[in-house]
Each structure stands twice: as C-alpha cells, then as structure tokens.
Design a protein around this ligand. Structure first.
Ligand code: NAP
Ligand code: ZN
Length: 349
C-alpha cells in the first residue's frame, strides 16, 4: 500500500504537518475506513503539547473519526464496504475481562488501547484520524445511522459519548436540572443531549458572548460566570453539573450551586489539580465525580439516540492548511462549537 496522507506532529508542541503514514496490513477482523471528517478535541491539543505528560512522536491525533468502509478483512461480519462508520477514543481492549464483557472497554483490566499515542497489543504505537484512511478492528467501529451527516457525526465519537455517559449515569431527564459549565465542544454536546433527554438545562460560560447560541441549543437559562456574584445567586439549584472546562475551576463555588445529594461530574481534564474543601461535599452530601469517555455499546446507543432526535454537533469545517490556527482558536474558546477537518484537503507528500 502507498502511504496514507495524514497530519502529523514531529515534536512536542510542534505544528501539524502533512505526512505519509503506513497503516498495518488488514487483519482478518480489521476494516479499512476512508476517513471523511475528523473532529479536533481539546484532548488532541493537551496531548501534542504534552500538557498531560510525555507523548510519543511523530503523532497523528484524532479520535473523532467519521468515514466509509473501503475494505474488510476475511472474518469481518459487523460492517461491509460502503457502510458509514465512526471510530472514537478506543481501538482495542482485551475483550475478556469483566469490564470488556460489560461493554465498558475504557476500563479494560489489561488496558484499553487509545486511538493515538497509545501502544497497541502488537507493540506498535497507534495513529489517529487526521488522515485519509484508518485501519481498526471491526469491534471498535460503530455505525453512523442514516439521518446523521458524517461531518456533524464525527464529534459525537468523543464529545458526544463523553457527555452522554454521565448524563445517563446520573439520571438526566424530565424533572432534572442540569448545568453545563463551559460551552465548547463537549459543553455544547452536553447541552444538546441533556435537552433531548428532557432535562432543564442551564449554561454557565465565562462571558455573555455565547448567550444566544446557548438558548438556541435549548438551554433555558444562561449565566455569565464573570458577572459579580453570578454563582452566589444560584446556590442549591442543580441536580447535575457537567464540568467540561479544560482549565482549573473553583470547585467549592460550583459544588455550592448543587442541590443536596447533587453531583458535579468533571469531564474536563486540566493538567493541574483541583482544590476542594471537604465541607463542600460533606455539606449536602454532594457527590464530586468524574467520567471517562464511554464504551462501544453506549457509543452506538448514543448515535442511535442522536439520529432519532436530530442531534448532531454544531461544526466549523476547516481545510488541512488551517488546522494549526484552529488549535489556537480552540484554546481561546473561540470555536462555534467543534472544528472538523475535511480530510480530503490533506495533501499527499
Ligand atoms: P473546548 O472545546 O476547548 O471547550 C472547553 C470550554 O471550557 C471552552 O469553550 C470554555 O467555555 C471553557 N474554558 C476554556 N478555558 C477556560 C478557562 N481558562 N477558564 C474557564 N473556562 C475555560 O474543549 P473540549 O474539546 O470540549 O474538551 C474539554 C475538556 O474535556 C478538555 O480538558 C478535554 O481534554 C477533556 N475531555 C475529557 C474527556 C473525558 O473522557 N473525560 C473526553 C474528551 C475531552 P466558555 O467559553 O463557555 O467559558
Ligand atoms: Zn476527545
């Protein structure tokens, strides 16, 4: 096979540059996907800038992958050539431990394999979806239902499942009051999903800039947290808070706006520790929780729900040449609300 056109980072913090990558020959259970769109997740940026620790270079990021099956291995049964499929943050797991059997491959006891910057069971480093093709075991590709466009579906593979999981786990639905902190890629999906589940949604964003958008997404209340005493006025208001902020957050102030027994779920992953006063969780018996992506069955369930409820990501599509500028715009909180790379624009080298 000739090399596949991809966007690759050579060293920590370096730019994404066109590169040709070799994908493994198809195994019996593999499919080859013609990648059409790849979303830019803030985790891609944390990783290539080594904000979470050392990464392995050269590195092709991308774990929000949407495309069409181009070829299938001899033993593949789940997908066929021409199917629309997606790949998220996981590409392998042991398949036999209690968590894998339960469809929670992200907690695999042997160790799940991430879509990029992860060492596979074959000892090779994985490469992600900013590329024109991707090879993956059929077990880790999900079906993108009719009714969802591939570009708007791509971000569902990470931003969608990551916010779906805690909303489901903690019972978002009719009668529950959900606050979403940070209106970025994950945040805007949390709003759309919680609204579609029937919850009453409030958006907490730093400034007033995203107010109209948030109300357009179905939130009933919008609070600019930079306003004086904005949080003080909300004390004891919410059943569930989904914190999607990629930076530090004043945990005590946000725990205080939960109702007794309420839960604050952190999905944002800043590199520095949070500070929490014990009394902030003990008072009101509040829960401070986290949530890490989601397994393959839940990802399929989320995609089917999205197709049924007409929920796709709100996207800005960029060409390969604009991806480095897009990274800076993500960090500035300037994107409305997920950047998706049109992989056809990645030049061959
Ligand atoms: P994003 O699009 O950049 O959104 C993050 C939002 O946080 C921004 O839009 C902004 O919202 C707010 N924010 C950013 N910097 C801030 C600051 N300094 N202070 C206060 N608020 C700030 O990022 P994303 O792709 O949604 O990812 C969000 C976080 O989740 C990242 O840390 C990412 O690594 C993590 N993540 C976790 C999982 C998981 O499994 N748990 C999965 C994917 C991603 P406003 O402008 O509205 O204030
Ligand atoms: Zn992600």
């Amino acid at each position: 096979m000739s090399p596949v056109a991809a966007l690759s980072v050579a060293t920590a913090g370096g730019p994404l540059e066109p590169a040709g990558i070799e994908l493994r020959p198809l195994r019996d259970d593999d499919i080859r996907i013609d990648v059409k769109f790849a979303g830019i997740c803030h985790s891609d940026i944390h990783t290539v800038r080594e904000e979470w620790g050392e990464a392995h270079f050269p590195l092709v990021p991308g774990h929000e992958i949407a495309g069409v099956v181009a070829e299938v291995g001899a033993a593949v049964t789940r997908h066929k050539v021409g199917d629309r499929v997606g790949v998220g943050c996981l590409v392998d797991s042991c398949g036999t431990c209690e968590f894998c059997k339960d469809g929670q491959e992200q907690f695999c006891s042997t160790g799940s394999v991430g879509t990029y910057n992860s060492k596979g069971y074959d000892g090779e480093w994985t490469q992600g979806g900013y590329a024109q093709q991707h090879v993956v075991s059929e077990r880790f590709a999900v079906k993108i239902p009719e009714g969802l466009e591939l570009d708007e579906a791509a971000p569902l593979l990470c931003a969608g499942i990551t916010t779906w999981e805690p909303l489901k786990r903690w019972g978002a639905g009719p009668g529950s009051k959900v606050a979403v902190v940070g209106l970025g890629g994950l945040g805007h999906m949390a709003v759309k999903l919680a609204v579609a589940m029937g919850a009453e949604v409030t958006v907490l964003s730093r400034s007033a800039a995203k107010r109209d958008d948030a109300l357009g997404l179905g939130a009933v209340t919008y609070v600019a947290t930079a306003d004086e005493d904005a949080l003080g006025k909300l004390k004891g208001s919410f059943d569930i808070i989904i914190n999607t902020v990629s930076a530090d957050l004043a945990m005590d102030d946000y725990l205080a706006i939960l109702r007794p027994l309420g839960v604050l779920v952190n999905v944002g992953l800043p590199s520095e520790p949070y500070s929490v006063r014990p009394g902030s969780v003990v008072g009101g018996s509040r829960v401070l929780a986290g949530s890490n992506i989601g397994g393959i069955p839940a990802t399929q369930e989320m995609l089917d729900f999205c197709a049924e409820h007409g929920v796709g990501a709100t996207i800005e599509t960029v060409d390969a040449k604009d991806v480095n500028a897009a990274y800076d715009r993500v960090v500035d909180g300037d994107v409305r609300y997920r950047v998706v790379i049109d992989t056809a624009t990645i030049p061959a080298v």
